[in-house]
Design a protein around this ligand. Structure first.
Ligand SMILES: *[C@@H]1O[C@H](CO)[C@@H](O)[C@H](O)[C@H]1NC(C)=O
Ligand SMILES: *[C@@H]1O[C@H](CO)[C@@H](O)[C@H](O)[C@H]1NC(C)=O
Ligand SMILES: *[C@@H]1O[C@H](CO)[C@@H](O)[C@H](O)[C@H]1NC(C)=O
Ligand SMILES: *[C@@H]1O[C@H](CO)[C@@H](O)[C@H](O)[C@H]1NC(C)=O
Ligand SMILES: *[C@@H]1O[C@H](CO)[C@@H](O)[C@H](O)[C@H]1NC(C)=O
Ligand SMILES: *[C@@H]1O[C@H](CO)[C@@H](O)[C@H](O)[C@H]1NC(C)=O
Length: 538
């Protein structure tokens, strides 16, 4: 059962995504979609990954997942002048339907008209906008949903959830023209990010370039193949000249390729010009709701939750418990909590270890693995980072583990909590790479839930982050948004709890940060501990 933390569908850029129907059912393999094979995607053609063929059922699921995140492509602009300019663009709060007084429970709509740098209205869609309704006075905030009308105008929709003031903020994250560049980079330049490994034996040491799919065009240069035997996840390094492949010591971030975009394209990625710039209102940008009576009007989408008086509340009304040091220990008593993922999952471990004595083996590494143990209360907390393409500073090769393989080693059961957050390091790669990884994890979770009924599985979504030009090209929120959609669709139908870190960072007043600030982490921990220890029914 998908718990109360999830939603059943949402609209994004005109695509209504009914997430409930997305969970993949194995299909008839002679489905017409599989009849003709298209050309290989660029990231596979000419690389040693060309042999990685999904099975017919997997290919069908890939298709459905990719179809659900299709993004409108703009015509090629001839100059920056013709691209979306947040400063020239405007939004207006629409009058309420029938002119009646707005009530808590109604929906608020703001209409955005995008314009270019010369103030001419845009006539096509694809701009990446985010919207928030908030009140600093009340510590309240909720994420809006944006509907792309594909003609240069967009609707931002918000549920009205509190009495009092509420202000609309709409931000252009990227123009449609910038998104088109990101889309090209993702499909064609997944090599823009690379890694290295150190090899050492006796007095000899060398380091070489590593990646998921190295190019095929140098048959004379031997490779080391670190493909995982259980999952089949590919990973390769160039073979060191004088050392053998089994002398690999570690894995670290190699760097970024430069000059991936033309000078003209670079103009689409200017801080304070067209990356995360607020769009102004043509009239009032706020309302003041005086009417307390809840008489819900037609609301087209539901958020996961919202802030009120600084605390995250669930949209469906399930109370979120608040925890202090004593109740955290009480809640975790007798539990084993295994956290896997990137640094956004490490933040959960770092928050909780303040309440559980840490068993400190290697405090200098950010990669872990980390462990905290409270023998008196039988609490065990583990954190382990996910495997390649993780870009942490340095990881010992023997500590590189695939999450799916780690999950296969857990007995599971009602005292086991598993928490996962994998996304940020996948953004430079084609979505198929992420789908494959998540599919292996999903299969391992299915086995775990059968083997250890009652295991609580928590999956954290991507969140928004601070962006400048460089970060946009490698790690834009647009990539994260798309991975988040895939994640939600892939785990729909499995008995897991989804933590919507995207909405929790979008609805919050603090600036976007890859590592959300302590206030958001505290709210997140309250949310997950509420799942671990639900309030006793009276
Ligand atoms: C599979 O699909 C094909 C074409 O859609 C159809 O002709 C065939 O009868 C189906 N087979 C089964 C076993 O459903
Ligand atoms: C690989 O790319 C080349 C062009 O670079 C193209 O001609 C060829 O058809 C592609 N191969 C496959 C199998 O897609
Ligand atoms: C862009 O607009 C400015 C001012 O309107 C104009 O001077 C300039 O020539 C235009 N550039 C291009 C490439 O059209
Ligand atoms: C764009 O499309 C929306 C929805 O169909 C419509 O309400 C709006 O009037 C259109 N705007 C323009 C400028 O055509
Ligand atoms: C790497 O090893 C895997 C698993 O043994 C194998 O399937 C794959 O073909 C190998 N890759 C290359 C390029 O030889
Ligand atoms: C990717 O981001 C890094 C900063 O994290 C930056 O140094 C690098 O230039 C970026 N790569 C590209 C191609 O912009």
């Amino acid at each position: 059962k998908w718990t109360s933390l999830s939603i059943v569908g949402y609209i994004y850029n005109s695509i209504y995504i009914n997430t409930a129907s997305m969970h993949f059912q194995p299909q008839n393999s002679s489905h017409p979609a599989l009849a003709q094979k298209g050309p290989l995607p660029p990231y596979k053609n000419h690389t040693i990954c060309s042999h990685l063929e999904p099975t017919p059922d997997e290919a069908l699921e890939d298709r459905a997942l990719l179809d659900a995140i299709v993004w409108p492509k703009p015509p090629a602009p001839t100059s920056l002048n013709q691209t979306s300019d947040p400063v020239h663009s405007l939004f207006a709060i629409l009058p309420s339907k029938g002119g009646r007084e707005r009530r808590v429970g109604d929906q608020l709509e703001a209409l955005v008209q995008m314009q270019d740098f010369q103030g001419r209205p845009k006539h096509y869609g694809g701009d990446f906008l985010v919207a928030r309704l908030h009140s600093p006075k009340l510590g309240a905030g909720v994420a809006g949903t944006v509907v792309d009308h594909l003609n240069g105008s967009y609707s931002a929709l918000f549920p009205l959830l509190w009495e009092g003031p509420a202000q609309v903020t709409i931000t252009m994250v990227h123009s449609s023209e910038a998104v088109a560049v990101l889309q090209r980079l993702r499909e064609q330049r997944s090599d823009r990010f690379f890694f290295r490994s150190l090899f050492r034996s006796g007095k000899l040491s060398e380091n070489t370039v590593c990646n998921m799919c190295l190019p095929h065009n140098r048959p004379q240069e031997p490779l080391c193949n670190y493909t995982d035997l259980h999952t089949g996840e590919p990973w390769y390094c160039m073979k060191p000249k004088r050392l053998s492949c089994d002398t690999r010591i570690n894995h670290f971030k190699g760097g970024y390729k430069k000059d991936l975009v033309t000078n003209k394209e670079a103009l689409l990625f200017q801080s304070r010009v067209n990356i995360k710039v607020v769009i102004h209102a043509s009239g009032p940008d706020r309302i003041d709701l005086r009417n307390r009576s809840i008489e819900p009007g037609p609301v087209q989408y539901n958020p996961s939750g919202y802030y009120y008086k600084g605390s995250w509340r669930l949209f469906d009304g399930t109370p979120v418990r608040q925890f202090d040091a004593k109740s955290i220990t009480q809640c975790l008593t007798g539990k084993v909590m295994n956290m896997y993922g990137d640094s956004t999952m490490r933040q959960w471990f770092e928050y909780l270890r303040a309440f559980v004595p840490e068993f400190n083996l290697r405090s200098t590494s950010t990669a872990g693995p980390f462990m905290a143990v409270d023998c008196q209360h039988n609490i065990l907390l583990n954190y382990r980072c996910h495997n390649v393409p993780i870009g942490f500073p340095t990881i010992i090769a023997s500590e590189l583990r695939y999450v799916a393989n780690e999950l296969d080693r857990l007995p599971g059961g009602p005292n086991t909590v598993v928490a996962l957050s994998l996304w940020a390091h996948f953004s430079p790669y084609p979505v198929e790479v992420y789908i494959r990884r998540m599919r292996h994890i999903r299969r391992a979770l299915e086995r775990l839930l059968v083997r250890g009924p009652g295991t609580l599985v928590i999956i954290r979504s991507p969140n928004l982050r601070a962006l400048d030009k460089e970060y946009s090209l490698n790690h834009s929120d647009w990539f994260s948004l798309q991975l988040g959609r895939v994640l939600r669709n892939m785990f729909m139908g499995l008995a897991v709890v989804f933590v919507d870190a995207w909405e929790m960072t979008l609805a919050h007043h603090s600036p976007h940060n890859i590592h959300p600030p302590p206030d958001i982490i505290k709210n997140t921990i309250s949310l997950i501990l509420t799942q671990v220890c639900p309030a006793k029914k009276s």
